[in-house]
Design a protein. Structure first.
Length: 147
């Protein structure tokens, strides 16, 4: 009986820690997104890009999202000519055992315009990434369900 009680107490502690971790992750989403937006805007500014990230978009696209999508505050003209809203998706790109911070500019039709590596290491490693891996990420971004 003592062993059963000890196991129940241990299970309760584990469940409590998992629940506390989930609450912490859930309630700090906004500060984490704001910090990410600020850091990416600094990188875009240093690269001389003509747009900045706006508010995060919560479209509920996938059960397991690829990354965090942001609206653009000062977008350049849409090359597609549709005049719709474009967005920027920030996500980790995994290739050859390396994880690189990357972003993609998405046009109003949901098509990937271009990849933008975020950080000096990402720029160097991005040149060595095989096109097939980039195509996988392009299909994943473009294949997500629109709202």
């Amino acid at each position: 009986m003592k062993e059963l009680r000890d196991r129940a107490i241990r299970a309760g502690w584990i469940a409590g820690l998992l629940l506390a971790g989930w609450f912490l992750w859930f309630f700090t989403a906004s500060p984490r997104e704001n910090s990410l937006k600020h850091q990416v805007n600094l990188i875009l500014n240093s690269r001389g890009e003509d747009f900045r990230l706006g508010d995060p978009l919560r479209r509920g696209r996938a059960l397991i999202p690829l990354g965090t999508e942001f609206s653009l505050e000062s977008p350049a003209p849409d090359p597609g000519g549709e005049g719709g809203s474009r967005s920027f998706l920030v996500f980790p790109l995994v290739s050859g055992g390396s994880v690189l911070s990357c972003g993609v500019l998405i046009d109003s039709q949901g098509k990937v315009e271009r990849f933008i590596p975020l950080g000096a290491h990402g720029e160097q490693a991005f040149e060595r990434i095989p096109r097939g891996i980039l195509d996988v990420y392009i299909r994943r971004v473009e294949g997500e369900e629109k709202p």
